[in-house]
Design a protein around this ligand. Sequence first.
Ligand code: FMN
Length: 189
Amino acid sequence: MRTIAFLGSPRKDGNTDLLLQEAVKGMESAGLTARVFRLNLMDIKPCQNCGGCDENGECIINDDMAEIYREIRTADRIILASPIFFFTVSAQTKILIDRCQSFWCEKYLLKKPIGGGKYGRKGLLLLAGGMKKEIGIQCAETTARAFFRTISVPDHDTLGYLGVDAKGAILEHPTALKEAFEAGKKLAV
Ligand SMILES: Cc1cc2nc3c(=O)[nH]c(=O)nc-3n(C[C@H](O)[C@H](O)[C@H](O)COP(=O)(O)O)c2cc1C
C-alpha cells in the first residue's frame, strides 16, 4: 500500500507537523510507511489558469509538482495536514490543491478519473488553528474535500484542533496526538 502525506505548515515541529508525525507513527504501527512532502521546502508555483491542462489533463509548469503528480496517481492513502491561516488552509497547501486542477480536467472534462487501485483510496485531513472559531475548520474542510474528490479519494477522515497557537501547543492537548495516531493506524484497514 503506497502512502503519501503533505505538510502545509512552514513551521518544523509545529502543531500540524506534530499531528502528522503521530499519524505517521500510527500508520507505521500498522505496517505502512509514508512519504512526507514538506510543501514549504518545495518549488511549486501557483496555478496560472493558462488552460494548458484542459485538453489532456497535463500541467505545463515544470517544477516539483511533476513528482507529486506521479505520487498522487499511485497512492492508496493520502494525508493532507495544514494549519488554518485566515480561516482556511495555508498558502502552501492551497498552491498544491490548485495545481491539481489538471486532475480536475482529467476527471471531469476528459472523464478519466484516477483509478481506485487494489486497496481503494482513502484520505486523512489534519488541521490546527490558533483561534477558537469553527469556521476555520469548516472552510478548510470544504477546500480539502474538493481536493480529495478531485484526486479520486472518495472518503476521508478529518481531525481539526482549535485553540492551539504557540509552536508545540498541541502537545498539551488532552487527546489530539492519540487521535492522530489512531487515525493514521486506521488508514491501514
Ligand atoms: C498568517 C496566519 C494566519 C492565521 N489565521 C488563523 C485563522 O484564521 N484561524 C485560526 O484558528 N488560526 C489562525 N492562525 C494561527 C495558526 O493557525 C496557529 O498558529 C497554528 O498553530 C499554526 O500551526 P503550525 O504550528 O502547524 O504552523 C494564523 C496564523 C498565521 C501565521
